[in-house]
Design a protein. Structure first.
Ligand SMILES: NC(=O)c1ccc[n+]([C@@H]2O[C@H](COP(=O)([O-])OP(=O)(O)OC[C@H]3O[C@@H](n4cnc5c(N)ncnc54)[C@H](O)[C@@H]3O)[C@@H](O)[C@H]2O)c1
Length: 264
């Protein structure tokens, strides 16, 4: 029921972080994997990992926010594998937290561009292939920050351009589900809480945060999470397999939250 043999997965942002873990998880469960990332070296390293599990891999360099790159990603995947069974819209970025009036317009544009427009572009490009095959499965990686703000973690920390982009991803998921159910395409979302072992916010956090800010932030998350810890990346593997496999065959338009209870 949970096997992915015969399925072709396409994972965006598969060159590192959760995306690499997802590619490996899909391969372990029997899928062949195409992956796209801005980071060509990271993408190739993930492809090697997929091959080490005996599966076929295709690494593509590209930007989810560039329609030409996205079109090439879908063409190359379809040409190599003949179909796309599962699209994992995972590529995402975070921007430096600030109040609305202090947020640079470029930060807003970047968060919405990669996290929301990117999901739209990749889904838009894959859907014709899925419709042609009469089946498909879209898994969007949203965030609990798309569910609600978290002022209890710190006034600014639950960064709003990121949160708004992820709220859009949740809404877009429901739209895909409704519009394409009759074509055999399902769409669901994973909304992870704070997970360790990725570089999501490293870009701004390492330059603008001191050790006190890091500690305050980590302590706040632990304090307000009923399970009193952050998640391990590996704790998202089961959700991905569930959503990618026929185990969830009657499920569409849903948001699965994995957050140690922080949203409660
Ligand atoms: N880590 C967490 O705690 C957490 C929590 C909730 C949601 N998420 C979501 O999970 C997804 C993966 O995040 P992560 O934590 O692994 O981050 P990460 O920064 O470690 O990895 C992101 C990957 O996406 C790639 N990428 C970034 N922009 C891209 C673009 N425009 N086009 C193609 N590739 C691009 C990066 O090169 C990198 O390989 C994101 O959508 C993120 O919002 C993560």
């Amino acid at each position: 029921m949970f096997g992915l043999g015969g399925k072709i997965a396409l994972v965006t942002g598969g060159g590192g972080g959760l995306g690499r873990l997802f590619c490996e998880t899909l391969a372990e469960s029997g899928a062949d994997v195409a992956l796209m990332d801005l980071d060509a070296e990271g993408a190739e390293a993930t492809a090697e990992l997929v091959r080490s599990h005996g599966r076929t891999a295709l690494a593509i360099k590209g930007n989810v926010n560039d329609p030409a790159d996205v079109a090439r990603m879908v063409e190359e995947t379809d040409a190599r594998f003949g179909r796309i069974s599962v699209l994992v819209n995972n590529a995402g970025i975070n921007v430096k937290p600030a109040r609305i009036a202090d947020t640079p317009i470029e930060d807003w544009d970047e968060a919405i561009g990669v996290n929301l427009r990117g999901v739209f572009l990749c889904t838009r490009a894959c859907l014709p292939v899925m419709v042609r095959e009469g089946k498909g499965n879209v898994i969007n990686i949203a965030s609990i920050l798309g569910v609600r703000p978290f002022p209890e973690v710190g006034a600014l920390m639950p960064n709003f351009p990121y949160g708004v982009s992820k709220a859009g991803v949740i809404r877009l998921t429901k739209e895909i589900a409704v519009q394409y159910a009759a074509d055999g395409v399902r769409a669901n979302c994973v909304a992870p809480g704070w997970h360790m072992g990725t570089n999501l916010s490293a870009r701004w956090r390492e330059t603008s945060w001191g050790s006190d800010e890091h500690r305050t932030y980590e302590e706040a998350i632990t304090r307000v999470t009923p399970m009193a810890r952050r998640g391990e990346s590996s704790e998202l593997k089961g959700l991905l397999i569930y959503l990618a496999s026929d185990a969830s065959s009657f499920m569409t338009g849903q948001v699965l939250i994995s957050d140690g209870g922080i949203c409660l």
